[in-house]
Design a binder for this molecule. Sequence first.
Ligand SMILES: [Zn+2]
Length: 404
Amino acid sequence: MVEVRRTAVVKLDIGDSDATLLHETIEEYLWACNYVVQDAWKDDYKPTSKTELHDRTYSDVREQTRLQANLVQSARNKAAEAIKGVVARWQNGKMASQPNFTTPSVRYDKRSATFHDDRVSLSTVDGRVEAGYVLPPEGDNPQTEYLRNDDYEVTGATLQYRDETDTFYLHIGTKAEVESEIPNDGDAGNSTVLGVDLGIEQIAVTSTGQFWSGGYLNHRRQEYERVRGDLQQTGTESAHRTIKQMGDRETRWVEDYLHRISKAIVQEAVAHGCDIIAFEELTDIRDRMPNAKKFHAWAFRQLYDYVAYKAEVEGIETTQVDPAYTSQRCSRCGTTLRENRPSQAKFCCQKCGYEVNPDYNAAKNIGMKMLRAGQKSPHGGATRHLALKSGTLNVNGEYSPADQ
Ligand SMILES: [Zn+2]
């Protein structure tokens, strides 16, 4: 048995006065997160231990906010993770500045929230607020699979406010114990990996050479932003209503589009007999993609969740690998070249002369990373292959000539 964790995103049905309370809670929660960080930044030495941060800030935050003890602890934990992240980057010789929390969200656990089948009760700055779930009809969706499924236990949730649509969402974390579906657990059979690269121009590219353009998505997004800007200028009540309706429609449209891409990626994996779909690590993805907006980070996360969900049904595992050098490495000869910037229109290997689309090159490298990770696994007998346009590639072997 293995533990799997899944997230289901649910829109909340909230009245105006309760919405005001949630806004005030978010505001004070963000203030608390920032207070803890600012306190840690007083000295050169940055404390990362939760206990130490607690001792330094807890009573101040309790005094200066109306947050319940559990939310004060939650804010401190969130700040502690951010501080740890910065210290880790420094230790790796990378740049990182003082964290500043602005994204309107609050992390709840089972003490600060009570989860029911159709609604949640959330701790606020003034008592609790009950919010109904706006659930899609039962069917092939994460809400049905994880929330309405007794095998999955709710672990906690993150409340998020989306400014563009004036809506609150709850990202509900769940977990379950399931039978391991990783094929090499049993008789050490072969397994095949599909590598997937994510990006802005091409939202997804596979190691088998399938491309899904992000152009249409980016265009719709810009168009929506433009109209929203115009309506905001008007500032009337009806303009506000129109923005909200447009936002809801736009979110549904984008989610539907991502659903279709995820379906196609899983079909691609099935068609090539893959057992594993490997993505790059999604954490910090915006640091690696200077042009990526918050929207892109959201879309990538959403796409990954959809793929993971659909792949699981097919008995395919979905995973994330360390993205280091996947854009600079030549997927043919393995040379890592600093000069190869991901922004280049073409990846040109200065050693072997391989010229290839950079996203496709990265997708193959992401798959290769998964192959190499497999070599270190205790299942020594298993051999992993990377799915390419035609045929596969062994971790030690040469690239198939059909893939040039
Ligand atoms: Zn090369």
